[in-house]
Design a protein around this ligand. Structure first.
Ligand code: GLU
Length: 436
């Protein structure tokens, strides 16, 4: 490795720190608005509600790495622990060019709500590095992951804060994180991250778990609404780990995937798209467009597709006041975190669209992360059937109990999930009290 800069200019421009970029202060404010909507339902616990509006701990780190050409590039990284009242912080790490502190704060808070909504013994955390990983080699990404892990090593640990995959991170990323942390502490600590490869203490079923949970939640919503799953028309935004698995599992159960949108384009076929074949086409060509038998749509046309179930499984703030009134679906199942703004929530509600919120719909991933963590601690591993059966039961029960809360209070499923989750978090807070 060259340590001196070569004569050539670095090919990476150092990014503007997000705390100076005022246009990026969005997701955290969305979260605050969601919390404000439930405060009237919290009774005496609202005494502690301010707790939910302040992350417990924020770590901003500089992540310098050697690029393959010998130059040094700096990246901005974060780990936010929003709340640890109910257990260690838990939540993924994303690599994306649009990562900001506001986003990671919101994502960490949504993990607190999600973990409490499905009653996992965790608080909420999230991490991220502001980088477009498509522009970097595998070696560069390994060095980035290892340096980032070392920087946040101050605050993570199997009983402190347990990262996992999120957007643009995967089992290989988790293997590097586990190895780096383990080297730094001098022992192999498999429980420091989840979503690892199965060979390193990962769990069977983890890769599909988020998509599987999206399917279970969506299928439950159809049952409640008296709609058949067989032949149900599904549109999916995002064709990564979550969107692809959800599309496949809906397809396997007789639903018809009619539209897929990802960063490469939007495709539509009224007769249905085979997700397996679309994935093979994407691998071969780098784009979903051009898939045989499909029409290519303009990006904004995706929202108008006549479907029964819409699955946003990409990034935040996709369903907004600008497109919510165009959505044809009866059910929106949020595979992504934070895809719907509060204003869009209100429009969808007014139009009779049921939104299965992120903190319920995509909780399958962290649920199997919890199973992985438990298996690592006990060094006793379960079969895939056991894992899927437990996941289906947890998701099904959570859906039904939140549906009942929503009916009882006459509120959306999102507000119901927040009522249940915030109550659990603040009960723990009140019982623990303030120290010192
Ligand atoms: N990143 C996933 C999420 O947003 C999974 C987190 C985890 O498994 O800890 O829920």
């Amino acid at each position: 490795m060259t340590t001196l800069p070569p004569d050539s200019m670095p090919r990476t421009l150092h990014s503007v720190p997000s705390y100076l970029d005022k246009s990026n202060l969005g997701p955290w404010e969305i979260y605050l608005e969601q919390v404000d909507r439930v405060t009237p339902y919290l009774g005496k616990l609202s005494y502690w509600a301010e707790t939910l509006k302040r992350p417990k701990r924020i770590l901003i780190v500089d992540v310098p790495i050697h690029l393959d050409d010998g130059t040094v590039a700096h990246f901005e990284g974060y780990r936010v622990q929003h709340n640890t009242s109910r257990g260690p912080a838990k939540g993924g790490v994303r690599f994306h060019q649009d990562v900001t502190l506001s986003e990671v704060m919101a994502l960490s808070a949504w993990m607190t709500i999600k973990n409490a909504a499905v009653n996992l013994p965790y608080g909420g955390g999230k991490g991220g590095v502001r980088i477009d990983p498509r522009n970097y080699s595998q070696g560069e990404l390994e060095r980035l992951t290892r340096r980032y892990t070392t920087e946040i090593g101050l605050v993570i640990g199997p009983d402190k804060d347990i990262p996992a995959p999120d957007v643009n991170t995967n089992p290989q990323t988790m293997a590097w994180m586990m190895d780096t942390y383990s080297m730094n502490v001098g022992r192999t600590a498999t429980g420091v991250v989840t979503g690892k490869p199965v060979q390193l203490g990962g769990s069977l079923g983890r890769a599909d778990a988020t998509g599987r949970g999206v399917f279970v939640a969506g299928a439950q919503a159809l049952i409640k609404l008296g709609m058949p799953l067989e032949g149900a028309k599904v549109a999916v935004q995002g064709f990564g780990n979550v969107g692809y698995a959800a599309a496949r599992i809906f397809h396997d159960h007789g639903a018809r995937v009619i539209a897929i949108q990802d960063v490469s384009g939007t495709i539509f076929s009224a007769g249905g798209l085979d997700p397996y074949a679309v994935q093979a086409h994407l691998q071969a060509t780098g784009s979903v467009t051009g898939f045989v038998g499909s029409d290519t749509l303009k990006g904004a046309e995706f929202w108008q597709v006549p479907c029964d179930i819409l699955i946003p499984a990409a990034l935040e703030k996709q369903i907004t006041a600008d497109n919510a009134d165009q959505i044809q679906a009866r059910v929106v199942v949020e595979g992504a975190n934070g895809p719907t703004t509060p204003a869009a929530d209100d429009i969808l509600r007014g139009r009779g669209v049921t939104v299965v919120p992120d903190v319920l719909a995509n909780a399958g991933g962290v649920t199997v992360s919890y199973f992985e963590w438990v298996q690592d601690f006990s060094s006793f591993f379960w079969t895939e059937d056991e894992i899927n059966a437990r996941l289906d039961r947890i998701m099904g029960e959570a859906f039904n109990s939140l549906w009942d809360v929503a009916e009882r209070h006459g509120v959306t499923l999102r507000t119901a999930a927040y009522i249940v989750a915030c109550t659990r978090v603040l009960e723990a807070r009140a019982l623990r009290g303030l120290y010192p």
